[in-house]
Design a protein around this ligand. Structure first.
Ligand code: ADP
Ligand code: MN
Ligand code: MN
Ligand code: MN
Length: 343
């Protein structure tokens, strides 16, 4: 027997990497991640190599059932390696693997809210030809054909994620017409990031069948229209048990060069989205607060009431690399928590 394995990887496109994939027919019965072979590709076509030494290696790191093809077929997320088996420069997962192993005892977990926008050709879905829809106000979590655009795609994507076994935890319509959100997690750093990349691939792939495209552009429409973010919710064991650790984590994100170190890795075009308007804090100022959707980092009200829980970093753009944001947050917060003895 044979089965189809869709090998998915993250390319070297700058400033925002793209997903690529191709199909391998494998002979035999599916036998899990460890049985999936290494594969290769032409790195000169993905900004990952020069033509004269173009081979790059695909190393399977996560696999799940392929909900579109069904049967025994699988999706296979890969890391990109050089031919000497070292991580390629575009491979941000390898560094996250090191950092998350170092702080594993603190049990960090993440829930990421992925916002995105559907496009029909060059227009956001729901925008009339040559003009604009009614101003924002009624679209967020709306219902009805005058407010909702693309729900059939969103439902199909949700079903695909569930069928693949991804840790998707919800969906909602967003503030701008054609804009939506799904959440992945809470899960450990590598798991949430791998599954978010696969959920993104499934989003593009699902929408393709409806002749619609999806974009993670952080500011798909200029002017008085909401941008698209990837709010990153984070906790460690100590944060889930007490409030002091919540405050330590918030403070650590504001220390010294940390705000800028983070923001410059939170997705291309972040200064266009983090303007201080549309429920954002300015990109060059760090603030945190309870219930504050105008702060860089929000402590949900329930977390203050309970005296424990998690924090929400509201800064990451929709186009952020989850391997980067989770690595930076684990590194910054877990180092501070360790220093404070809050582990
Ligand atoms: P918002 O009110 O900001 O829109 P959402 O419901 O969209 O919130 O997202 C909240 C996210 O927080 C979910 O993805 C959820 O999995 C995540 N979350 C909940 N508890 C924790 C926790 N203890 N640690 C990390 N993430 C968490
Ligand atoms: Mn949300
Ligand atoms: Mn949202
Ligand atoms: Mn949020």
């Amino acid at each position: 027997m044979t089965f189809k394995a869709e090998y998915i990887w993250i390319d070297g496109t700058a400033p925002t990497a793209k997903l690529r994939s191709k199909t391998k027919i494998i002979t035999g019965a599916p036998a899990g991640l460890d049985a999936l072979p290494l594969w290769g590709f032409d790195g000169s076509s993905t900004n990952q190599a020069e033509g004269h030494a173009s081979d790059r290696v695909l190393k399977p790191v996560f696999s799940c059932p392929d909900p579109i093809r069904g049967g025994d077929d699988v999706l296979v997320l890969c890391e990109v390696l050089n031919t000497d088996m070292t991580p390629h420069a575009s491979n941000t997962r390898a560094e996250l693997a090191e950092v998350s192993a170092r702080f594993a005892a603190q049990e960090p977990i993440f829930g990421i809210e992925q916002e995105y926008t559907f496009f029909d050709g060059t227009r956001p879905l729901g925008f009339p030809e040559g003009g604009y829809p009614a101003p924002q106000g009624g679209y967020y979590c709306g219902v009805g054909a005058d407010e909702i655009f693309g729900r059939e795609v969103v439902e199909a994507h949700l079903d695909h994620c569930l069928k693949a076994g991804l840790g998707i935890s919800g969906i909602n319509a967003e503030v701008m017409p054609g804009q939506w959100e799904f959440q992945v997690g809470p899960l450990a750093p590598l798991e949430v990031s791998d599954q978010l990349w696969v959920a993104r691939w499934l989003l593009y792939r699902t929408a393709e069948d409806f002749k619609i495209s999806a974009t993670l552009d952080p500011k798909p429409v200029k002017g008085d229209w909401n941008g698209a973010g990837a709010h990153t919710n984070f906790s460690t064991k100590a944060m889930r048990e007490g409030y002091d650790a919540i405050i330590t984590a918030c403070e650590s994100l504001g220390e010294g060069s940390k705000p800028l170190d983070h923001v410059k890795n939170y997705g291309a075009g972040i200064d266009e989205r983090l303007t201080g308007l549309h429920e954002t804090a300015p990109w060059d100022e760090f603030t945190y607060g309870v219930s504050d959707r105008g702060a860089s980092v929000r402590i949900p009200w329930q977390v203050e009431v309970d005296g424990k829980g998690y924090i929400e970093d509201r800064r990451p753009n929709a186009n952020v690399d989850p391997y980067l944001v989770t690595r930076l947050m684990v590194d910054t917060c877990c180092t501070a928590l360790e220093k404070a003895g809050q582990v």
